[in-house]
Design a protein around this ligand. Structure first.
Ligand code: ZN
Ligand code: ZN
Ligand code: ZN
Length: 360
């Protein structure tokens, strides 16, 4: 029996953040999730009334940065018209009993990824993606520099209505915030604990495992093969400096993470050669996802070492990465109520399908 027809029913613990787990259940009856309808693809090049299309610059707040500067911009950054955090807040931090609030200070910018309205990430040239990643880096750096109160700058992208994108034109967002978001804080904390015990970065260990692990797990009673783990089972794309893997315990069925092969804590430390390789690995990973799930709606976000004093000793234990979370189904009450996400395809099978896509 091959591993793909065996029914898997198991709860997998996220090795980095053990409080997060996923129920992998490939049994046919296990369909608690409603499938997300594929979004009709809008691939128009230019839309007259779209504020992000080239030529409509007067419809957005003023330009914060653009590359290159001027009318022929290829990537352009503007203030968010409806910021979730603002810089003119005067209320002081509120602490009342168990109710605590931190002043919602911060900055919120929109990066218009490309002048073309409906272009998908995997359709952009590598050259263009190098420029886009450079803009991510530039804005993160500038926002940290601008204000010492900023503890984290989150870069993320929503693509498709299921992923919460309110404007169809392809764009990313940057939010500079006065706190370290919980997801990042948990990763930083747990990887620091792992490092204290093992003197190794857990992300580096996971990459090593993904690249070299080989094992056969036998059923204790019958002696038959329960699972075979083969070399590169979780790897879906590998470049000179980056690897894209399907995590062993991921909350979204088609979730893919991209990590630098060489240990690096902070995204802003990437050099030009790394950036070029990241552009290529990202483009190919997105092309694989698009080919397998068709018209992917997704969120992606960068997790990188926060710039605050509490994590000064985490340079060796934390490893930045990009998490891509395609939205193929709507979480149900079971998932929201239990925090246990359900995956109806095994991560090994998902990785095999993604790897099997023929790209040039
Ligand atoms: Zn547009
Ligand atoms: Zn590492
Ligand atoms: Zn992460």
């Amino acid at each position: 029996m091959s591993s793909s027809d065996a029914i898997i029913r198991e709860i997998r613990i996220n090795p980095i953040v053990p409080s997060e787990s996923v129920l992998v259940s490939t049994a046919r009856g296990m369909r608690p999730r409603e499938a997300e309808a594929p979004a009709p693809r809008d691939n128009r090049k230019h839309v007259q009334r779209c504020p992000f299309c080239r030529g409509n610059e007067h419809m957005t707040p003023p330009t914060v940065a653009s590359a290159p500067p001027g009318e022929d911009w290829r990537v352009r950054v503007v203030e968010n018209l409806y910021p979730v955090l603002g810089d003119n807040s005067t209320s002081s931090n509120l602490v009342f009993g168990l109710q605590q609030a931190i002043d919602g200070y911060g900055r919120h910018e929109v990066i218009i990824d490309h002048p073309e309205h409906g272009i998908a990430l995997q359709e952009m040239s590598e050259e263009h993606l190098i420029g886009l990643l450079g803009m991510y880096r530039e804005r993160i750096h500038a926002l940290y520099q601008a204000d010492a109160r900023i503890q984290y700058v989150l870069v993320f992208k929503n693509f498709g209505p299921a992923a919460g994108a309110s404007i169809a034109h392809t764009h990313s967002q940057v939010i500079a915030m006065p706190v370290v978001p919980e997801n990042v804080a948990n990763e930083v904390l747990h990887s620091r604990q792992y490092y204290a015990k093992n003197r190794q970065c857990i992300f580096c260990s996971l990459i090593d495992e993904a690249l070299t692990f080989e094992a056969t797990i036998y059923d204790r009673e019958s002696g038959s093969v329960r699972r075979q783990i083969s070399v590169g089972q979780y790897v879906i794309e590998r470049g000179r400096h980056f690897v894209a893997i399907k995590p062993f315990a991921s909350r979204y069925e088609w979730e893919v993470h991209i990590l630098p092969l060489r240990h690096q804590a902070d995204f802003i430390d990437i050099d030009d050669e790394q950036r070029a390789d990241l552009a290529r690995v990202l483009k190919r990973a997105m092309a694989r996802l698009d080919a397998v799930i068709g018209g992917a709606q997704y969120n992606f976000f960068l997790h990188s070492l926060p710039h605050n004093r509490d994590v000064a000793d985490c340079e060796a234990s934390y490893h930045w990465h990009l998490e891509i979370c395609p939205r193929t189904s709507i979480p149900t009450g079971f998932e929201l109520g239990s925090g246990l996400f359900v995956s109806t395809i095994s991560p090994e099978e998902a990785a095999a399908q993604l790897r099997a896509v023929a790209l040039d």
